[in-house]
Design a protein around this ligand. Structure first.
Ligand code: AHR
Length: 537
């Protein structure tokens, strides 16, 4: 058997797959693999506890995320509540811990009372310049969260809204029966309080384009007064507020309102495509993945500077490699609606998106001492992990990252480092040559069985990386090693209606017969979770 076939068979585990089958998934068009990279895991050096909310989701009243996405009463694929059964089943399969709603920019002119009660009048959505039928409101969102097993997270209107309107929303959702808003919920058929735990004050009110944009000084005072009223209604809620890695913004926010906050929320889109939709190349997206940590570290430093590190956590509650495409939203002449459909082109969600997502979650894991929540923006349609069409759904590449990470990673994040992490060349990023290392890893341990659960990403576009793994401090020799992989026939592969399984998850038992470090060839453009289970002593 040739070296390459031996190496590839090691990469895809035991020889249960024929060469033809294997090559279908992992074409080996590079020459010889890169030099071996040594990964060292120190299982006893604990960085922190993984909060399951890192695998959270976000859905907004934008284009067909809600209407035509999760909610479509006219579809034969929907149940009597109007929720698409296939869509909600696919979301539920990810065990999403938390879902943020209703926006996003949408929320900054949204009045929640328009979306409750038997008589729903349409309203004009001033953020996205469309009519919202208001048939999907708070009660329907709570029903969606119950269906998929997620905690509801409501983002309130800090644009045209008031502290009183926000706290009235908390009354409607969380008070048993006191006051007119709780009584309104009961009259709407929901006797038991919804017990919504997460409440955010505002979306991106720091941006001039946001409806109801605020200055740093205005924002600090506004958040304080809003959080004060919301906490008066229900002191058990966790309050978040829109933030950005900016010293002036956070100075006022934390000095004025820090004592009322449990979280500050930041956002991130790296391939920003609001105006044009010519998506960045795979290689450029890999360079973007090196910029993720900076936003986290900057925010951690600001929390530390004002004495809130360890008291207030970071919620990266909107993130995606790709910014949503919605040009001409202020234009009087341009078509501002049709271009939004370009977000739904499934051929634009490739392994670049999956590899980037894995790198993003790896960074959140490694900073789990401060990052406790992250919400993929969005879940369904637009740039989401699930594409819902008239006759069914498509699972895009990013879906499988949440499937693998959410199901397989352990609760303890432990220290890990790489020796000899080869760069795969320089990528031009704003005229600067960026050296991009091939591998990225994040190590976790499960407290249930002390198994090591290592996330491994190979950014390289077409070369495999031989990985030599040393796990220090394991309670015993490895009894088994299973590599769970997202594999694709190429870096630009995608799933679509006509090719729903080109990107898929595969699982393979690795050979442990050889002594010394576990040697695994990590295929190009791929994401894996290695589960190393120790022998019970
Ligand atoms: O492009 C969509 C927008 O991105 C969201 O509504 C907003 O929160 C973010 O700026």
């Amino acid at each position: 058997m040739s070296h390459r076939k031996q190496a590839l068979m090691r990469a895809v585990g035991s020889a249960t797959l024929s060469w033809t089958e294997v090559r279908k998934f992992i074409p080996w068009n590079g020459d010889e693999p890169l030099k071996p990279i040594k990964a060292v895991i120190q299982v006893n050096r604990i960085l922190g506890t993984k909060d399951p909310n890192l695998f959270g989701q976000f859905i907004e009243h934008f284009d067909d995320q809600i209407y035509g996405g999760v909610y479509n009463p006219d579809s034969p694929l929907s149940d009597e509540s109007g929720l698409r059964m296939d869509v909600t089943e696919a979301i539920a399969a990810l065990n999403p811990p938390v879902v943020r709603w209703p926006g996003g920019c949408f929320v900054s002119a949204y009045h929640w009372e328009d979306g409750v009660g038997p008589e729903r009048q349409p309203s004009f959505d001033k953020a996205w310049r469309v009519e919202d039928p208001n048939t999907f409101g708070t009660d329907e969102f709570i029903a969606l969260c119950r269906r998929i097993g997620a905690e509801p997270y409501i983002c309130t209107n800090a644009g045209t809204g008031t502290p009183e309107e926000m706290s009235n929303w908390v009354e409607y959702c969380n008070l048993r029966s006191e006051g007119k808003y709780a009584r309104k919920r009961i009259a709407n058929g929901h006797v038991e309080p919804f017990k919504v735990k997460y409440w955010s004050i505002g979306n991106e009110n720091y941006l001039p384009g946001e409806i109801g944009a605020k200055t740093p000084l205005e924002w600090g005072v506004f958040v304080r007064e809003s959080a004060k009223m919301m906490n008066r209604v229900d002191p058990t809620i966790e309050v978040l507020a829109a933030s950005v890695p900016d010293l002036e913004w956070n100075r006022h926010l934390l000095q004025e309102a820090g004592s009322y906050l449990d979280w500050i929320s930041i956002h991130g889109y790296w391939d920003e495509r609001w105006q044009n939709n010519d998506l960045s190349s795979y290689e450029t997206c890999m360079a973007y993945s090196l910029e993720i940590e900076n936003r986290i570290v900057t925010t951690k430093h600001m929390l530390g500077a004002f004495g809130y590190l360890g008291k207030i956590r970071i919620a990266f509650d909107e993130w995606n490699l790709r910014g949503w495409h919605h040009p001409h939203v202020d234009s009087a002449t341009e078509d501002y609606l049709t271009p939004r459909k370009l977000n739904n082109r499934n051929d634009s969600y490739t392994m670049a998106d999956a590899v980037f997502n894995a790198c993003f979650l790896n960074q959140c894991l490694k900073h789990c001492d401060a990052v406790g929540m992250a919400n993929f923006a969005p879940t369904v349609n637009t740039r989401g992990a699930i594409y819902a069409h008239e006759n069914g759904i498509v699972l895009r590449s990013t879906y499988f990252v949440f499937q693998l990470y959410g199901k397989l990673l352990g609760d303890r994040v432990v220290d890990s480092w790489l020796d000899g992490n080869e760069d795969f060349g320089s990528v031009d990023r704003k005229g600067q040559a960026i050296r991009v290392p091939a591998l990225d890893v994040a190590a976790t341990v499960s407290s249930e069985d002390e198994s090591l659960r290592l996330a491994v990403v190979n950014r390289h576009p077409d070369k495999a990386v031989p990985l030599d793994l040393t796990a220090l401090g394991m309670p015993g020799d490895a009894a088994s090693a299973v590599l769970h992989s997202i594999v694709a026939p190429g870096k630009d592969a995608y799933n679509d209606v006509h090719c729903p399984d080109d990107i898929r998850v595969m699982e393979r038992e690795l050979d442990l017969s050889e002594s010394g470090p576990l040697a695994i060839d990590i295929p190009p453009h791929s994401v894996h979770v290695l589960v190393l289970t120790p022998r019970r002593s």
